[in-house]
Structure formats: structure tokens, C-alpha cells
Design a protein around this ligand. Structure first.
Ligand SMILES: [Zn+2]
Ligand SMILES: [Zn+2]
Length: 90
């Protein structure tokens, strides 16, 4: 069971990142990301761990944006997610 010891923490972080990507302030008391962003959780967590803001912002932005660059709000979210991942209080 030792191999699974970190799983709950990992999962909680994934949920937290997904919520930020989804827009945690988009509605009062929102505590869960939507299915779309939850589904992207593992991918976003992996990119967040690399610290690549551009790649992470693109993943958050997803196919909803037709231009090549992630939009400013998604870039802000990416920066915040990396800070959360690094254990900073945001
Ligand atoms: Zn969402
Ligand atoms: Zn965007």
C-alpha cells in the first residue's frame, strides 16, 4: 500500500488545478471544476509540473480558441496553477 500513499494528495492537487483552470471565481461557492476541466486534470497536472506556462495556458484554453496563442485570462490561470503547484499561497 505504500506505493499509493501519495495518491490522495496528488488527486487533491489535480482537482485544485482543474478548478483554477475552470475559473474558481466564475460563480460564488464554486468548489468543483466542470467535467471538461476535470477531464483535463491529469494533462494539466503533468504540464504544470514542468513549469511551462505557455504549454499549460494552451492546454487550459483548449480548442475553444482558434488563434495560436492562449488568451490572457488562461495565461494568468497557468501562472497561478504553477504557483499553487510549487506550494505558494495565492
Ligand atoms: Zn470548466
Ligand atoms: Zn483562453
Amino acid at each position: 500500500m505504500t506505493a499509493l500513499a501519495e495518491a490522495p494528495t496528488f488527486h487533491a492537487l489535480e482537482q485544485r488545478l482543474a478548478l483554477i483552470a475552470c475559473g474558481e471565481n466564475s460563480r460564488p461557492g464554486k468548489t468543483q471544476a466542470c467535467d471538461v476541466h476535470r477531464g483535463k486534470g491529469p494533462t494539466m497536472l503533468r504540464i504544470t509540473s514542468t513549469g511551462a506556462v505557455d504549454a499549460l495556458a494552451a492546454a487550459i484554453c483548449g480548442s475553444g480558441h482558434k488563434h495560436n496563442r492562449a488568451c490572457a485570462p488562461c495565461t494568468d490561470k497557468a501562472v497561478k496553477m504553477i504557483r499553487v503547484y510549487n506550494g505558494e499561497t495565492v
